[in-house]
Ligand binder design. Structure first.
Ligand SMILES: NC(=O)c1ccc[n+]([C@@H]2O[C@H](COP(=O)([O-])OP(=O)(O)OC[C@H]3O[C@@H](n4cnc5c(N)ncnc54)[C@H](OP(=O)(O)O)[C@@H]3O)[C@@H](O)[C@H]2O)c1
Length: 380
């Protein structure tokens, strides 16, 4: 129904306002619509531990002197049915005498799911709608974490129109325009960790901190994948490790090796945390284990990946990338030695390639920001 799409899109846009504040909870939005079609309540889950979207929407409705009785609630996620930091939302909707609930994604959590059944048992009409792809995809990061025990990984890169992320000499500052770079800083301020590779540290000497942002919602952990502990001690990440938490993930055996003792001591004295990571079956660092450990031991819910083609290719190859935010700049290099987005052996045929689906498109200055997500979301 066209109304389902408009109302669920609105609920999703409301929910997105809390990106970086609500996690590790899911982003959820709710819109209450009166029988005559007027929107009478708006709500979203603003912060972890705070009121859920449905209760916010009911409150906003009453604050305007309106009665939610008989209305339809459009919610991006199936209303919860369990007690967490807040009482169940299904209960709030039943008490408010809402007549109908339309939700975009089912809640698979064992402790909180089952809201649909509870609402039906109380005589509320319930429907699931996939009219709004934005609303249906909103809870994917949360569902992914629950199912895999790994953070949601957002790969971000800036590329030329012909798909290059650096010149043959390794120059990449700046492919994208200023407006795109401002959006990257906003993104940095909403994630728990930013992961890069040694190649990028050596080529670009990045700081990987959110700067020029109105409100820094999270202070991300900076993580460098550096299997052989080769990171220059003079680089910006090491020299600012006292001010912004910094982890260097290296081969686990280097943590006890005498040959690396001096380097370890100097990095640790600068404030860097060394994280020994086991090797994969193919002898490289086990990137899956690294991500799982960041989630399990450091509560990392969302990772922003800002690396070059070497690490990007390895992560695509192991299917560890859940979302891609791509800035396409109006520039063509036309040089076969300029570097592509992902190197290695991701796929040799079109059918074996990593398939993504387009999620959002936005013009940003002279660039285009494209957001892609996995083709088959776990949970849809
Ligand atoms: N346009 C953009 O958005 C953008 C963003 C970032 C960087 N860049 C450009 O990208 C270039 C750097 O790219 P890069 O490929 O050299 O560096 P990188 O991808 O940033 O880092 C490579 C590092 O990752 C490690 N690595 C690769 N595969 C691995 C695996 N399976 N397990 C564990 N570790 C693994 C490599 O280990 P080994 O040392 O063992 O090989 C190496 O230390 C620079 O020119 C930079 O300017 C562009």
């Amino acid at each position: 129904m066209p109304d389902d799409k408009a109302h669920l899109d609105l609920a999703a846009r409301l929910a997105l306002r809390a990106a970086g504040d609500a996690e590790p909870n899911p982003l959820v939005g709710c819109v209450l619509v009166a029988p005559d079609g007027r929107v009478i309540g708006l709500g979203h889950h603003r912060r972890f531990g705070g009121l859920h979207a449905e209760r916010e929407a009911i409150l906003s409705c009453r604050r305007q002197g309106r009665d939610p009785r008989g209305s339809t609630a459009f919610v991006t996620l199936e209303p919860c049915n369990g007690h967490g930091k807040q009482p169940p939302c299904a209960e709030a909707l039943i008490e408010a005498r809402v007549a109908r609930v339309v939700f975009a994604a089912p809640d698979p959590s064992p402790s909180k799911g089952g809201g649909e059944g509870r609402l039906r048992a109380a005589g509320v009409e319930v429907a699931r709608s996939d009219a709004s792809p934005l609303a249906s995809g909103l809870a994917e990061p949360w569902i992914h974490r629950m199912r895999t025990g790994r953070p949601w990984v957002i790969a971000k890169w800036a590329q030329t129109l012909d798909g290059r992320v650096a010149t043959r000499m390794g120059e990449s500052k700046w492919i994208s325009g200023e407006a795109s770079r401002r959006r990257v800083h906003r993104l940095r301020a909403r994630v728990d960790a930013i992961v890069t590779g040694l190649g990028t540290v050596v080529a670009d000497d990045p700081m990987l901190t959110p700067r020029g942002v109105r409100r820094v919602r999270r202070r991300p952990l900076r993580v460098v994948v550096d299997p052989d502990l080769e990171i220059p001690e003079t680089c910006a990440l090491v020299s600012t490790a006292g001010q912004a938490p910094t982890i260097v993930a290296c081969a686990a055996e280097l943590l006890g090796a005498e040959i690396a003792r001096l380097k370890r001591e100097r990095l640790e004295a600068a404030g860097v945390t060394l994280l020994g990571t086991p090797a994969s079956a193919r002898g490289w660092l086990d990137l899956r284990e690294l991500l799982t450990g960041l989630h399990r031991e450091r509560g990392v819910a969302t990772v922003l990946l800002e690396c070059g083609p070497g690490l990007m290719g390895a992560l695509f190859e192991q299917d560890l990338i859940d979302e891609a935010v791509v800035y396409v700049a109006p520039l063509v290099l036309g040089d076969e030695l300029a570097r592509g987005v992902a190197e290695g052996r991701v796929a040799r045929s079109l059918t074996a390639g990593r398939a993504l689906r387009l999620w959002r498109v936005k013009a940003v200055g002279g660039d285009v920001e494209l957001t892609y997500r996995r083709r088959s979301p776990r949970g849809a």
